[in-house]
Design a protein around this ligand. Structure first.
Ligand code: ADP
Ligand code: MG
Length: 542
């Protein structure tokens, strides 16, 4: 692979292939400023560097430590430089060579770890190398588009962020990214598609609509990305996703490359991975919070009726009058009504606050986010569902006004601060309603080297399992050992059915040099599996 400009598996379309997509188009200084103007600042990479990544599967390509170690087209290299990405993030170090090696990937990594470029860089690089494809023969329909790659994302905000990142890596190329999402005029979006649609970023519902209208055909789609897959399932998108992937004209696994990203790896996601991926490599990326300790986690005992006044005390400590003070504060509450009431209360108390939750219209949510990001309303009250998957940089403080029901969600929430190695603060209000969290929360805090309040330590001692032994410091078998958010369930001996061993795929479907990937997971050397929470089958099974 590599140097070849064209794929030889294309059926004709000679005229189309006269243009070499690897050659950069001319510079456009205005566009350059628009795309790359607001460079990355204040990223503390030294801390981020240490995050461990665990890769499992057959024949894993070696990871890279710099962008120079993979052969990338000039266009991509140029954009990486302009974006100021000096070094790949941990997930990028592993995912980029794996995807360039034409393998499927299932990656578990928290928000803010650089997943977008981890899939865009290698996919677009391959698209530049193989060039455009002619529309499939015998397909009629004017102005129907046949994207070469498809990225599915749960929300409009996320889809837009991915599209913006794709525009950076499309700079000086002939590749046109496009984005479609619900809640906005479909006719306008279809018109926009007519300007070109080689990489399509879409929310599932809107794409199903476009497929139904014959505006888009997936025949040529050789790259499929499911971003924030767990979130998409939470939002009930599974039927639409299956309709898109399995009931349309998308090439089957083996012919297409499929990449799945998810913060967690529950059963439903495993099933989706089994159905959509072929002989995939599983990547577990350590959490910033639990390994590099750059989130200061504080748990305070606050009775329900004291929560508001305690919150005011916390807010008083932040300097909201200075917009440059980076004091963005995200307050999580359990219910929509709770969000409305707390926003109203803080507003009455004179705080610059806004809120988002599931009952808000798209426009209201966007407006709220815009004001929050811009620092006009630096306090955002949110329900977990509404906030999931949003890229909100530099949140200084996450406050769990109401703690969530499980520790995975807790980890997800506090991951909003301390992003990309910046130091963050997370304060959680705990009371008798949250007893169920004690064990997991204590394990997590101990692993992250956080100080335990004495009352929590006492509660932990009382609640400690009689048979299971201590999960405290000293025990290396905690649920969060290594700080990974998930593990490869294929490694669990009892589940060794190896349904994804690729044997049902056509031989050689990975292209010339990659014919030997169809191995069996059971025969591989997974002996190291046992050092990750082997006494915790519920970890991925909940
Ligand atoms: P995720 O999808 O994992 O939540 P993103 O892809 O949104 O993370 O990346 C988070 C932020 O990090 C973005 O602002 C992105 O521009 C930046 N970023 C990504 N990769 C790098 C890198 N290699 N160097 C510096 N900044 C990066
Ligand atoms: Mg993302």
């Amino acid at each position: 692979m590599g140097g070849g400009r064209w794929n030889n598996d294309r059926d004709g379309g000679r005229t189309n292939s006269e243009i070499d997509w690897t050659i950069p188009t001319s510079r456009d200084e205005r566009l350059e400023v628009e795309l790359f103007g607001n460079g990355n600042t204040g990223i503390n990479f030294s801390k981020y560097e240490d995050i461990p990544v665990e890769a499992t599967g057959d024949n894993i390509p070696p990871h890279i430590t710099s962008f120079d170690e993979v052969k990338l087209t000039e266009i991509i290299k140029n954009s990486i430089t302009l974006a100021g990405y000096d070094k790949p993030t941990p997930v990028q170090k592993y995912a980029i060579p794996i995807i360039i090696g034409r393998r499927d990937v299932m990656a578990c990594a928290q928000t803010g770890s650089g997943k977008t470029a981890a899939f865009l860089v290698p996919i677009l690089n391959q698209i530049y190398e193989s060039g455009p494809r002619p529309p499939p023969a015998n397909i009629s329909g004017k102005r129907k588009h046949f994207p070469l790659g498809l990225v599915l994302a749960p929300t409009r905000e996320l889809a837009t962020q991915i599209y913006d990142e794709a525009r950076k890596f499309a700079y000086r190329s002939r590749m046109r990214p496009a984005v479609v999402y619900g809640g906005s005029n479909i006719v306008d979006q279809m018109r926009e598609l007519d300007r070109g649609c080689h990489l399509l970023v879409a929310t599932p519902g809107r794409l199903v609509d476009m497929l139904g209208r014959g505006k888009i055909g997936l025949h040529n789609c050789r790259y499929l990305v499911l971003d924030e897959a767990d979130r998409m399932l939470d939002m009930g998108f599974e039927p639409q996703i299956r309709r898109i992937v399995q009931e349309d004209t998308m090439p089957p696994t083996g012919e297409r490359q499929t990449l799945m990203f998810s913060a967690t790896f529950p059963k439903e996601i495993q099933i989706l991975a089994r159905d959509f991926l072929s002989n995939y490599i599983f990547l577990a990326v350590g959490r910033v919070g639990s390994t590099s300790e750059n989130i200061f986690q504080k748990i305070v005992w606050v009775e329900e009726h004291d929560k508001r006044s305690y919150l005011l005390d916390l807010l008083q400590a932040s300097n909201f009058s200075d917009p440059s003070a980076e004091s963005l504060t995200l307050v999580f509450v359990e219910t929509k009504k709770g969000a409305d009431m707390l926003e109203e209360y803080l507003h009455q108390m004179g705080y610059p606050v806004t809120s988002i939750h599931g009952d808000r219209t798209q426009r209201e949510r966007e407006e709220a986010l815009r004001r929050f990001r811009a620092g006009k309303a630096p306090i955002l009250v949110a329900t977990a569902v509404a906030a999931r998957g949003l890229d909100i940089p530099h949140v200084k403080h996450v406050i769990n006004f109401d703690l969530p029901g499980d520790v995975e969600e807790y980890v997800h929430r506090i991951g909003r601060t301390g992003r990309m190695g910046n130091l963050g603060l997370a304060t959680s209000f705990f009371n008798s309603k949250n007893i169920n969290l004690v064990r997991d929360l204590v394990s997590l805090l101990v692993e992250a080297n956080q100080e335990l309040p004495p009352w929590l330590d006492d509660m932990f001692s009382e609640a400690r399992y009689s048979g299971g032994g201590s999960r405290r410091a000293g025990s290396t078998k905690g649920r969060f050992s290594g700080g990974f958010g998930a593990r490869d369930y294929r490694q669990t001996p009892s589940s060794g059915s190896a349904r994804n061993n690729g044997s049902s795929n056509r031989p050689g479907s990975y292209g010339g040099n990659y014919g030997n990937y169809g191995g069996n997971y059971n025969s591989s050397s997974y002996n190291s599996a046992n050092n990750v929470s082997s006494n915790d089958p519920d970890w991925w099974d909940k």
